[in-house]
Design a protein around this ligand. Structure first.
Ligand code: ATP
Ligand code: MG
Length: 598
């Protein structure tokens, strides 16, 4: 059926939506694909749905191709399964919770591991039933702290989530490899450049995990690659172990007056001015002790101090990835810089002069300097390294404080921003950092969920075995936004053919029955040839506006039926290249079909 723009539910907008920053967000709203209903929550208009359906179908075809079977769960779920796995608490503020009229607790599912596990437990009982791969394309809800960029980070969004169930590790490896290969095909068909990278398993638990990142400046994730082929999300990068330094002859630490030196820069100046040495002090000689607050899933604010070399920036996201575990907090914690109010509760931490305190020899300061606050260090703070650092005393720093001799720590964590040139953990060369958007994520979950929910099958010996699982996600609505971001120009969207809302738009560019009849005829024949056809038959809309709308909407091919008809030709224009060619009326269908099949 030909889609007639004269009656199609569409209004393109001249102005960008006020809240939009990214081109994809602006264009999807302006071109009439989506409308905002609430922060991070969008309605889909007819044009948007056409693209969404095409993306979903590509995902569906590739999942079916690896033998996965589609199911569909409710989004509204009872709390009990999520309590059994601990995620009701662990998710903290990130889930939408609600109660029914009987005051029973429910949630809007952020992801469905629990339900799939219980479903398989309900239906299957023998190793002969395995392996099984199940998936759904379904709406998820997460009360994201920072919904962003339209569909890229929504609070309601569509995800394809699949789950594999196997008896043993080899089976799980196979399921994981099948999904990995399917994902590469999906993103290729979606015309999204993709880089699979090692990832942190995070709140999902489990072991092996990779993210499928789409490299782009506007991405929220940072990943690294090395010349030797190592690629990882920065959260998963580890620092190759450094050798300890011999400190047998290191002089004793001494506290010095360093007035007005609350930043690393002013500290280095004060050190060089008041306590000069042969080679000047640099920021690399200082240990920056950063006071942080770990916000637990139930909202508690726990203070922690992290020590990093003064020439490096603390990376809150990387710290966030592991600090909760070190502090014995279950679930996903958020890490923030401590506020003055947080610090007021710990007067022993003097803002601008915070130090590691003293654990081994408290004589240096002659006072009880070690606070009750947990202290962690970056792996660069190796045993025997010597530092200028805060003395926990206003206007004072301690010089020559030796790690392992003068201070200890409660744990080591990756705490600094990974920089270009840092070494890859596998020795494959210097790392280079790039930004990207996470489009998909695959996990080997192992037995965490099956154990928590008691999913067992009988093995060939008749013994009950806990099943091993994988979980695999693709951001479907996020993909629509990412494709729009990757494929647009200053005139509008430029959809790749596989997901475009139509193959071709036929524009009636002028008045008179002859033009209208010719355009109707071409549109009808293109439709018969199996193409998705739009016909811009809007009366009282100028040809100029029709051209502009066609470019804004981003249909791959435009057929302009205008003045040339008198000479027996129409113009066929390619949205991506801007190239236009005059084509004889009797070959136009053939030509457009040829373009569409490329
Ligand atoms: P992120 O790190 O971006 O918050 P995540 O790691 O929490 O994502 P997963 O739980 O791995 O996400 O979900 C699988 C996929 O769902 C992601 O790879 C992403 O493509 C998509 N996704 C996750 N959160 C959102 C969201 N808020 N809006 C749109 N898509 C999302
Ligand atoms: Mg993820």
């Amino acid at each position: 059926m030909v889609t007639r723009l004269s009656t199609f539910f569409l209004r393109t907008l001249r102005d960008d939506p006020a809240e939009a920053e990214l081109a994809s967000h602006k264009l999807l709203v302006r071109a009439g694909y989506i409308r905002r209903a609430a922060p991070g929550i969008y309605s889909w208009l007819p044009l948007g749905l056409k693209v969404l359906n095409k993306v979903e179908n590509i995902v569906r075809e590739e999942m079916d191709a690896i033998g996965a079977q589609e199911v569909h769960f409710p989004a509204l779920l009872p709390k009990e399964p999520y309590e059994a796995t601990g995620r009701w608490e662990e998710y903290g503020d990130n889930i939408f919770r609600l109660q029914d009229r009987r005051k029973a607790d429910y949630l809007l599912a952020p992801t469905h591991e629990e339900m799939f596990t219980l479903l398989v437990k309900d239906m299957y009982s023998s190793y002969k039933d395995l392996p099984v791969y199940l998936y759904q394309i379904q709406t998820k809800y997460r009360d994201e702290a920072r919904p962003r960029a339209g569909l890229l980070r929504g609070r309601e969004f569509i995800m394809k989530d699949s789950y594999s169930f196997n008896l043993d590790e080899e089976g799980l490896d196979e399921a994981y490899a099948a999904h990995r290969a399917a994902y590469l095909k999906i993103f290729e068909r979606l015309s999204l450049e993709i880089r699979p990278v090692f990832a942190m398993a995070g709140a999902m638990g489990g072991s092996k995990s990779e993210e499928f990142l789409h490299p782009t400046e506007v991405g929220e994730d940072t990943f690294v690659v090395s010349p030797g082929g190592y690629a990882a999300n920065v959260e998963a990068v580890t620092t190759p172990p450094l050798d300890p330094i011999d400190y047998t002859n290191a002089p004793a630490a001494h506290v010095e007056l360093t007035p007005n030196s609350e930043t690393i820069e002013t500290l280095v100046d004060a050190a060089n001015e008041n306590h000069p040495k042969d080679t000047p002090w640099t920021s690399a000689d200082t240990l920056k002790c950063v006071a942080l607050v770990v916000v637990t899933p139930n909202g508690d604010r726990e203070l922690a101090v992290v020590g990093v070399p003064g020439n490096r920036q603390a990376d809150l996201k990387r710290i966030e990835a592991t600090i909760g575990e070190l502090m014995g907090i279950a679930g996903e914690s958020q890490v923030e810089v401590a506020t003055d109010e947080d610090l007021e509760r710990h007067p022993e931490l003097v803002k601008g002069y915070i130090g590691p305190g003293l654990s081994k020899d408290e004589a240096v300061l002659g006072r009880e300097a070690r606070s009750g606050v947990p202290f962690f260090v970056d792996p660069r703070v190796v045993e025997g390294s010597s530092w200028i650092t805060g003395a926990n005393l206003r206007d004072h720093h301690v010089f020559g404080l030796v790690a392992g001799r003068d201070f200890g720590w409660d744990g080591v964590l990756e705490a600094v921003v990974v920089e270009d040139g840092d070494p890859a953990p596998d020795g494959s060369g210097p790392l280079k950092t790039t930004r990207g958007i996470e489009m998909g994520h695959i996990f080997q979950l192992g037995r965490r969920y099956a154990e928590a929910l008691d999913l067992k099958v009988l093995d060939p010996n008749g013994k009950a075995q806990v099943v091993t699982m994988g979980s695999y996600g693709v951001g479907v609505t996020r993909a629509v936004a990412a494709i729009a971001e990757a494929h647009h120009d200053d005139k509008g969207l430029v959809w790749p053919r596989a997901v475009a809302p139509a193959d071709v738009v036929v524009i009636i560019a002028g008045k008179g029955d002859e033009l209208t009849e010719t355009a109707e005829d071409i549109a009808g024949k293109l439709d018969e040839a199996g193409l998705d056809v739009m016909l811009d038959d809007r009366a009282k809309v100028s040809a100029g506006v029709k051209f502009r709308d066609a470019e804004l909407i981003g249909i791959p091919t435009t057929v302009v039926v205008g003045r040339g008809v008198a000479d027996g030709v129409v113009e066929v224009k390619d949205r991506a290249t801007g190239e236009a060619e005059n084509i004889a009326l009797d070959t136009v269908v053939e030509r457009v079909a040829q373009l569409a099949s490329r």
